[in-house]
Write a protein that binds this ligand. Structure first.
Ligand code: AMP
Ligand code: MG
Length: 344
């Protein structure tokens, strides 16, 4: 998952409620990012173990859903490659099935099968690489591409067809959204009615503020300022993917961590994409997919995913958005916001 150059931007401004109650942020470091869970203080008086329980769950998720470690996803990759099948936990099986259907809907713009390419480019760990692999190495890795589309999920059994290619499923484009959804589910099951869960600028809200809508500041992809703010409704998630998160300069060409699985290279047509969805995992995967989709396909792929609020910044810095996003987005950077959604 991502490393975090822009931590300073992940700023929480306390969300004041009319009765004087304030949502207090509780900060954890997990999945290579700061995770802020902002709650009314009364929630912790009622549920004193809540933050510790969330932290324990995140530790498990960051281990199990990291392709390049030794948790459940790594075991799945080994087992699919060796024997063509794996008995997963219901949670992993569900996430693989969801990721596969998003890969299908986006005709491979989003494809967690991209793991071997991610590793080749040097984006598997938290370090940022300093140089590009050779064109030959990219072509060879692409020739051995094992798409998530090849997998079938029946209950908790994941199966792969007979293939010579090794599976290296990397859920880095969706796992943070899955983790945010799991936190939200835990909060709801413990009776928390109002909360904001922010994982390094990718976030989801629970309930409504009584005074005004939730307001999220969207980071400018090329400066420390804001592009603008967007309003969220109860339960909604806003996720961003950007070429400013993890990148290096290769002789004047910006190379970053979001690869087009169809070419083997980082895409060059887009600086940033932000989407709103009602589920964190979908929002996360959709932001990655629509980032890869490019100028001709992002609108139709958004529709194919059932996402109607999308903002895209192209390579020249031009902002384009859907009508539904226009209803939510304000250009005025002076509007006060609950949080700055700087994708880390
Ligand atoms: P995100 O920051 O959510 O856009 O996800 C980017 C991460 O997802 C990368 O660090 C890779 O681990 C992985 N990834 C890169 N390109 C793709 C892609 N086209 N489809 C799915 N996952 C990808
Ligand atoms: Mg994503």
């Amino acid at each position: 998952m991502r490393a975090l150059p822009a931590l300073g931007l992940a700023l929480i401004l306390a969300a004041c409620r009319p009765d004087g109650e304030v949502l207090t942020p509780h900060r954890l470091f997990a999945m290579a990012t700061w995770v802020d869970v902002s709650l009314p203080p009364a929630a912790l008086e009622r549920e004193p173990d809540l933050i510790a329980d969330i932290e324990a769950m995140l530790r498990q998720i960051e281990g199990d859903y990291y392709a390049f470690g030794d948790g459940e996803l790594a075991a799945m990759n080994r087992s699919l490659t060796d024997s063509g099948r794996f008995d997963a936990t219901p949670e992993l099986a569900g996430l693989v099935a969801q990721a596969r259907s998003i890969a299908r809907a986006t005709r491979g713009a989003f494809d967690p099968g991209v793991g071997a390419l991610v590793e080749l480019w040097g984006f598997a760990g938290s370090d940022v690489p300093t140089g590009s692999p050779s064109d030959e190495a990219i072509a060879a890795t692409l020739a051995a591409f094992a798409s998530i589309d090849a997998l079938s999920v029946t209950g908790t059994r994941v199966e792969a067809p007979d293939t010579a290619n090794a599976f290296l499923i990397d859920l880095g484009g969706i796992a943070k959204g899955f983790a945010v959804d799991r936190i939200v589910a835990m909060l709801e099951s413990r009776g928390v009615a109002t909360a904001l869960v922010n994982a390094g600028g990718d976030l989801r809200v629970v309930g409504n503020r009584p005074d005004r809508p939730w307001r999220i500041g969207i980071a400018h992809p090329r400066s420390d300022g804001l592009l603008g703010t967007l309003e969220l409704e109860s339960g909604e998630a806003a996720f961003s993917s950007g070429d400013y998160e993890r990148f290096f300069d290769d002789d004047g060409v910006r190379r970053h961590h979001i690869l087009d699985p169809r070419t083997g290279y980082p895409v060059a047509h887009t600086q940033a994409v932000t989407v709103i969805a009602t589920d964190g995992a979908l929002a996360d995967a959709a932001a990655t997919a629509l980032f890869v989709a490019g100028p001709d396909e992002w609108r139709s792929m958004g529709r194919a995913l059932g996402i109607d609020a999308v903002l895209r910044v192209d390579a020249s810095g031009r902002i384009d958005m859907t009508a539904r996003m226009r209803d939510r987005f304000q250009r005025d950077p002076e509007v006060s916001s609950d949080i700055i959604a700087a994708a880390d």
